[in-house]
Design a protein around this ligand. Structure first.
Ligand SMILES: [Zn+2]
Length: 580
């Protein structure tokens, strides 16, 4: 049976353009076509249609009239059942994991950037044929291959089509098997000689740990999974899919032969772990609102604290459980998250449920006011998961844990649509009504989480240490030897705000001494004494008096380490939680 087919040509790769021919068999008399305005997993309207051009339509050798209905929708007036053939170009010059890219070295695309949706035909199978691949290029995708046809792939429906990105090029490639599932790992942009075997071995441990977490000794819900990593000069991010993930990371963070583990590589492993965890938590278990996507507008949910936050909690925890980091390093990562949330005045402005709902216009559209007006559902969501885990473990002497809640939710929701009521019901069943009520308060409230007591009860020493000078003033900066010191954000209620500093100010000198990095100024500023700051604002040079604060909220940050001599109870909780 003839199917909806996209022939995606790469002949114009030097000009960063894919040429697409879309064939629609048996078209409706009025066939409506549109490109999505967003890609699932990245909650922002991106208007992919702005990169489409040259759309024409033909049917049986005859031109078909096209009417553009809005920014991203067209209607074709068809006659009879002859196949409708549309041609168009898609400009692709964005390195991000959310869109499409093409040049003479590499191609990458999501169907949301290239594949017009044929309204009313979404449930039919869709086929992708790649054409005019430059010599030596290979293809990586988890979309099933059509046997016997060159570079041809088939998805069961449109939503599946746009959930299978493609990586194209002469990339590095390796593979391994876990629990009967083939895992492919491709790296674009790597230098020859990076330690690919180590990357594969470490990723394999992450995958094995997570499959065991969700399924014990049973098989995962996919047979083929693909990691597509693009390494660049400067970049970090990923996008989850049902059987693959697209990742972008710093080239310098790839492992080197013989080198010891560094923070950059641990970051990369955390990203790999995060996106892989999403294979279950958001791609299968998902907000009930995401059961059917609306590709034409924002799709709201209050649950990103669960799907992104709890995934963020488990990403580093899985590195620990896979034996890739030790408890001391893990606790440092936790402390970083705690300190990050505490340096966000917006945590008292928004709850994580509100920040989930507003992701489309706030988290994804950050500006200088973001730390003051929003809280991250990733980081505060991860701390809620941590607190819930510790409370469950401590209250039940290790009988219950967040692991049991996640596995219980997988059963309760049959690996599909989930609501907040499901989460609360599962927590109530395992930790009691009072804990479920507390969870609802953490999610919908704007207060600080009672983390320190929970950590202490789990055998963690909670200490305080002095903040960096810049942080004590409540400033977020961009700094560079050649570009100068510029203010990105001034935190509400901070000494910098009281002094009248503003985002955009260029900081020039402290007490008459030229600065290249603001933290260096501590050599001229006696501790917590007022100082004179010379700055440039809109080309005018002026000076301000700054009075540092004594308030520990500004001067100190948290430091976490395993307690040297925990009580027997705390030691037992810690052992169950961190393995040591
Ligand atoms: Zn995520």
């Amino acid at each position: 049976m003839a199917e909806i087919t996209y022939r995606i040509g790469l002949a114009q790769h030097r000009e960063h353009r894919y040429t697409v021919t879309l064939r629609v068999p048996r078209p409706a008399a009025e066939t409506t076509l549109s490109l999505p305005v967003w890609i699932p997993g990245s909650y922002m309207v991106r208007e992919f249609g702005r990169h489409l051009s040259g759309l024409t339509a033909r049917q049986g050798g005859r031109e078909v009239a096209l009417t553009q209905l809005d920014k991203t929708t067209w209607r074709a007036e068809c006659q009879g059942t002859a196949t409708l053939e549309l041609r168009y170009e898609a400009y692709a010059f964005d390195h991000s994991v959310r869109t499409a890219y093409l040049d003479d070295r590499r191609g990458f695309f999501n169907g949301t950037s290239l594949c017009l949706r044929v309204h009313g035909r979404e449930a039919e199978p869709h086929e992708v044929q790649l054409a005019a691949l430059p010599k030596g290029w290979r293809v990586a995708t988890a979309m099933p291959v059509v046997a016997g046809a060159r570079h041809t792939y088939r998805s069961a429906n449109y939503d599946e089509l746009i959930d299978h990105p493609f990586e194209l090029g002469a990339f590095w490639r390796g593979e391994f098997e876990v629990a009967g599932a083939r895992h492919e790992f491709v790296v674009a942009g790597a230098w020859p000689g990076f330690d690919g075997e180590r990357l594969l071995a470490d990723t394999r441990r992450i995958c094995a740990t997570q499959i065991a977490f969700w399924h014990g000794k049973r098989k995962p819900p996919f047979q083929h999974y693909v990691f597509m990593l693009n390494v660049v000069d400067e970049g970090y991010g990923g996008l989850e899919h049902r059987a693959s993930t697209a990742l972008i990371a710093n080239r310098r963070d790839l492992p080197r032969p013989g080198a010891s583990q560094n923070d950059g590589y641990v970051n990369l492993l955390g990203l790999i772990s995060h996106e892989y965890f999403h294979t279950w938590n958001v791609k299968r278990l998902k907000p009930a609102e995401f059961t059917r996507f609306d590709h034409t507008r924002e799709n709201y949910t209050e649950l990103l604290w669960f799907f992104e936050g709890f995934t963020s909690y488990y990403d580093d925890l899985m590195l620990l459980r896979a034996g890739l980091i030790d408890p001391a390093r893990y606790l440092k990562l936790v402390a970083k998250t705690v300190n990050g949330v505490r340096a966000t005045p917006g945590r008292h402005v928004q709850s994580v449920a509100e920040s989930s709902f507003d992701a489309w216009v706030k988290y994804y559209r950050s500006d200088e006011n973001t730390p003051n007006s929003t809280v991250s559902y990733y980081t505060k969501g991860a701390l809620i998961a941590l607190l819930l885990d510790l409370r469950l473990r401590t209250a039940t002497a290790g009988q219950q844990s967040l692991d049991a809640v996640m596995q219980g939710l997988w059963q309760r929701c049959k690996g599909a649509a989930l609501t907040e009521a499901d989460v609360l019901a599962e927590v109530q069943a395992r930790g009691g009504q009072a804990l479920a009520n507390e969870l609802a308060n953490w999610v919908h409230g704007r207060g600080d989480l009672p983390l320190e007591a929970a950590l202490a009860a789990a055998g963690v020493a909670v200490e305080h240490e002095a903040h960096a000078f810049t942080a004590t003033l409540g400033l977020k900066l961009t700094e560079g030897a050649f570009t100068g010191v510029h203010i990105k954000s001034v935190l509400t209620g901070s000494p910098a705000a009281a002094a009248g500093l503003s985002a955009g100010d260029e900081l020039l000198a402290v007490n008459g001494w030229r600065i290249r990095r603001l933290d260096d100024a501590t050599q001229w500023v006696p501790q917590r004494q007022a100082f004179e700051l010379l700055l440039a604002r809109q080309q005018q040079v002026c000076s301000l008096q700054v009075q540092p604060s004594d308030d520990p909220a500004w001067t100190q940050q948290l430091k976490l380490a395993p307690q040297a001599q925990p009580t027997a109870k705390a030691a037992a909780v810690r052992k169950a939680w961190l393995g040591r």
